[in-house]
Design a protein around this ligand. Structure first.
Ligand SMILES: *Cc1c(COP(=O)(O)O)cnc(C)c1O
Length: 425
């Protein structure tokens, strides 16, 4: 079998940057990526015969670990029945019934093929329902790579955003207002400056795409009140946090209700899936009932539905959240102590099984705080851990995920490795 370096050299010739999603290229930490040939439980096996304890968990979906036998079996059975029908299939109904049962406030749901599609479609729906065009997002929240969402903040909270990627028209950026996360005054100002013009506010209720940066107490509640007062739709992007921090996601943890919720990752059980849902009166604005168009050749794909239903079924039957919390708490405590002992500035931000070690001496509450952390120290930490068989995200601004396959012995081993790495920084 070709080794990772040979595969990467070949990939560079035929795939831009050698990867199909940029962060996989290791640009954030230096070096070159390993190529995974198989994965089982909490471990990745690479083309060089090495294995790693995996804290990326395919960027969130693998909450049961890799290649779980129940998901595997569900997929095998679905495969025997065919891979795509182009007509409605029974598992789509089961999936919609499951999601509407689990996720608070969702009466109807539409399946798509990625988180990007889910947020893009939810925003179109919000615009279609309100007849307004402006949207509000927060700096550091990631909602996939559609044009309206690849926008960075302008010079002040009241100015419109700028494209955050070549190829995004300035006219699109003009419709997106980007605010600092956790700043209520900025949101109040934005509503005051754009009366009757803001279709929706979209956010990660637990941001995990700038590292983990939880909302401050009261922020989500105030957001809800402001959206209601201004007739704007509140979209919780729970593609990452949904089913991860609690079965019902951040809505369940905080009691705050969104108008629309976007989902993905865990609900696909490792296959490409997204979904968005909300009250029936909003969702019925979608084609074929309503004027907001949205479609997908492979949406509700039978393989993806089977894997997703198995993944959700496992969560409902095992309710692993207390165990995941305990594992997360142990890692957080150990890293914090190791850093204190070593005199290394470290903030471990964590909610349940999502955590992020920021090398910083002050609390991280916003994108600016996250960016001010020492990413070169993180890069050294990352490589030290990788050398010792622990795979952390190859960027200082991503989330580490724990799965139910990370048993107590694995957590012990991880703590030993990571604490040693911190002491040697
Ligand atoms: C991963 C992610 C997305 C994008 O999902 P894709 O399936 O990669 O398109 C959107 N929103 C959040 C919060 C995410 O974590």
């Amino acid at each position: 079998m070709p080794c990772s370096s040979e595969l990467f050299a070949r990939a560079l010739k035929v795939i831009p940057g050698g990867v199909n999603s940029p962060v996989r290229a290791f640009r954030g930490v230096g070096g070159t990526p390993f190529f995974t040939t198989s994965a089982e439980g909490c471990r990745l096996h690479d083309a060089d015969g090495k294995q790693y304890i995996d804290y990326v968990c395919t960027w969130g979906p693998a909450i049961h670990g890799h290649n779980h036998h129940i998901i595997h079996e569900a997929l095998r059975k679905a495969l025997d029945r065919g891979t795509s029908f182009g007509t409605p299939c029974p598992d789509e109904v089961l999936m919609a019934e499951t999601l509407t049962r689990i996720v608070p406030g969702i009466e109807k749901v539409r399946m798509v093929n990625s988180g990007t599609e889910a947020t893009m479609s939810a925003i179109r729906l919000a615009r279609g329902c309100t007849g307004r065009s402006k949207i509000v997002k927060f700096a550091g929240c990631y909602h996939g790579h559609s044009d309206s969402l690849l926008i960075k903040a302008g010079s002040g909270a009241l100015t419109h955003g700028h494209p955050d990627s070549a190829g995004v028209p300035a006219a699109f950026a003009a419709e997106t207002i980007v605010l600092p996360f956790n700043s209520l005054p900025a949101l109040e100002e934005a509503f005051a400056a754009n009366p009757g013009a803001i279709a929706c506010v979209i956010l990660e209720p637990l941001p995990g795409n700038m590292g983990v940066v939880p909302a401050l107490p009261g922020f989500l509640e105030a957001l809800r009140t402001l959206c209601t007062a201004n007739g704007s739709i509140l979209i919780f992007d729970e593609v990452m946090s949904g089913f991860r921090v609690a079965l019902g996601g951040m809505q369940e943890l905080t009691g705050v209700r969104a108008d629309l919720v976007t989902m993905g990752k865990i609900i696909g059980g490792g296959l490409p899936v997204g979904a968005f849902g909300g009250r029936a009166e909003l969702m019925d604005m979608l084609a074929p009932l309503g004027p907001v168009y949205q479609a997908g050749t492979l949406s509700g794909n039978p393989l993806a539905m089977a894997a997703g239903l198995a993944s959700l079924g496992l969560l409902e039957s095992s309710m692993p959240y207390a165990i995941l919390e305990a594992s997360g708490a142990r890692i957080e405590k150990a890293l914090t102590h190791a850093a204190e002992d070593a005199g290394v500035p470290l903030q471990v931000n964590r909610v349940g099984s999502m955590f992020c070690p920021f090398f910083s001496d002050k609390p991280v509450k916003s994108l600016d705080d996250a960016m001010a952390s020492d990413s070169s120290l993180y890069a050294r930490f990352f490589h030290a851990a990788l050398d010792r068989g622990v795979y952390l995200p190859p960027s200082a601004f991503e989330t580490c995920f724990i799965s139910t396959a990370h048993d107590a012995a694995t957590i012990d081993r991880t703590i030993d490795v990571l604490c040693e790495c911190i002491s040697r920084l």
